[in-house]
Structure formats: C-alpha cells, structure tokens
Design a protein around this ligand. Sequence first.
Ligand code: CP
Ligand code: NVA
Length: 308
Amino acid sequence: MPLGSRHLLTLQELTRDEVLKVIDTAIDMKRNPGHYANALKGKVLAMIFQKPSTRTRVSFEVAMRQLGGYALYLRWDDLQLGRGEALKDTARVLARYVDVVMARVLRQDDLDEYARWSPIPVINGLSDKWHPCQILGDLLTVKEVKGGLEGLKLAYVGDGNNVCNTLLVGCSKVGMNVSVACPEGYEPLPEAVEWARRNAEETGSKIEVLRSPEEAVRDADIIYTDVFVSMGFEAERAKRLKAFLPRYQVNSRLMGMAKKDAVFMHCLPARRGEEVTDDVLDGPQSIVLDQAENRLHSQKALLYLMLG
Ligand code: CP
Ligand code: NVA
C-alpha cells in the first residue's frame, strides 16, 4: 500500500491502515536495515526550515542517507522565499530538481499553499498547527513499549498546541483514548477535536478535553507534555508561564496519579523545570530518547512508502 504522491500535512489525510502500515514498516526497517539500504537510491529530499530543528533535520537527513538517497537542507531565509518569491513558484521549481519536500513553517497556511502547487509530495515537518512526523514516531514508540495501541489511554497535560492537535488525530485513528488537560484559552484546535471525535466514532476511542491534570492522568498509560512556549510564540512567554505554572507541570506527584506502569513522553526539546521536572524527564518512566530515535525509523518508513 504505497502512499504515492500524496501530501502529509496534518496526519488526518492518512487512513488508520496507512498509519499502522507506516508503523509496521518502521519496525521491519529497524530490524532489517540492510534490506532497505538502496530503496531510495538516487532520490532527493529538499528540507525547508523557517524555524530551528535538531531532531527533524538530522533524522530526515540520516533517513535519506540510510535509504541510499540524499537530503538538501534549505533555510527559508536563504531561499528566495525569504525575499518574497511566491510559494507557488518555489513549489513548482523545486519539483523540477527533487522528488519530495519536507517543510517546517511558521504558518500552516503557507504550507497548504505550497502543497496546493507542488507536483511532488510535501511533508509537514512542524507548523503552528500540526506535527504529523512526530506523532508517527510516537505511535511507533508506544507500540514497542506497550506491545499495542488500541485501548491505551494517553493523557496530554499542558498547551493544546501542534503536538497536542496531532496526538488527538493520530491516537484516535488507532483506537487510543486521549484526555487533554489545559488551561482556559490554550485548548487544542476545534478542528483537531472534531477530527478526533469523528475518528473515534470508527475506532471506539474516547476523547476528552478537561481542565484538571489530575483527572486527565487517572488510569493513564502514557503522560505526554510539550513546552508551554512553542516556536513563534516567544512574545507570549510571561503570560503563558503564568497560565500554566504550577498547575500543569508534569512532576513526580502527577506521574504517581497515573497507572503504576505509565510512561512519560515528550517530543523534545524540553524546558526543564517548566512543563516537566528533571526527575521525570530523566527518570525510569521516561521514554523520550526512544521517541527521538524513532523519528528516524518512522520517517524512513514514510519516505519509503511515498517514494519506494
Ligand atoms: N521534536 C522535534 O520536532 O524536534 P526538533 O525541533 O529538534 O526537530
Ligand atoms: N510545540 C513545539 C514543538 C517543537 C518540536 C513547538 O512548536 O515549538
């Protein structure tokens, strides 16, 4: 079931079976890397970055290399985009050189516009609204650690941001339950909740958006958080810290209210001492480094299914 020339902009565009296929392919690639060493021979990925990145940049570049292809790192401001060249012109020109584009942008609208004109697949490497590649890696990690996905409960505590939006969509697709706890004014996108509820009708997931972190983490198998100040929101820092702290911090007290064998997840980078304490991030329940590693394997699978 190749994903063909479709774009990956939100995660909602993949069916449940396609999400599971990415995960299972990633598991096989992780076990048998040699088998895929030339799977994307001669293929080129262009990576456009309008914001900083460690994991996304390095994992995509290494993914292409391990599959026999090549990746180009392009900073938005170094491209003519930075001087105002139209997205539609850039999209059509890059497609004459490369096979697939991954873009990290400030505004989802710009990504949607780029994708509208791109004759080759476009992958969202994080926008203000969605982070599909992160959640594919996260679902792989959960499957490895918990042995399955369906019926597990993920509690997301903190900012209803890009990562939270995409968790709602991705987890509901594979039959996981999601409880979000966030302060007023920091809820996930209505669109994300609506899509999650629609997915849940088919998979039987339970979706809730609450105020209380304690209520959200009750019986949770996974506690997930992310920064309170995402890239692009730095001007709101003081206001945000006031809204989130101390109530929405994931610390040992909150971890202790979930299931005994609950794991802690974070997409990273973390702001230690803000959304999560050191002891939780570095503690035995934390699986954040496996999450980071799995960005590589899940993206290899994604690229392989798109281009292979
Ligand atoms: N999790 C994630 O996307 O990390 P980077 O910002 O380092 O790419
Ligand atoms: N929510 C964070 C995720 C970084 C990977 C941000 O957008 O900055």
